[in-house]
Unconditional design. Structure first.
Length: 92
């Protein structure tokens, strides 16, 4: 494929030996604060960590303060449809 993949936090090979608790610790999001049906390993592989997303949100929307970006990222992690879309896009 001619498209270049954006930065991914971890590869599938790196994730295979991690426990679910370890994945959530790396992700920076507690299991209860991520949408049902979304796997932490897919978020780490195709989207990144909470910190990656906060940085991206602040880059994309410069008027966001750190706390505003954190609030929006936390909402994003609870939006299963949006997470699923981003994961599917990253898998292409």
């Amino acid at each position: 494929p001619s498209h270049t993949r954006r930065h991914v936090t971890m590869t599938a090979e790196e994730l295979v030996d991690l426990s679910e608790e370890e994945m959530h610790a790396i992700l920076g999001v507690e299991k209860e604060k991520i949408a049902l049906g979304i796997d932490a390993d897919e978020v780490l592989e195709f989207i990144g960590t909470r910190e990656d997303l906060i940085t991206k949100f602040q880059t994309d929307i410069p008027k966001f303060s750190r706390s505003e970006a954190e609030k929006e990222v936390d909402k994003f992690f609870m939006d299963g449809e949006m997470l699923d879309l981003w994961i599917k896009y990253g898998q292409r």
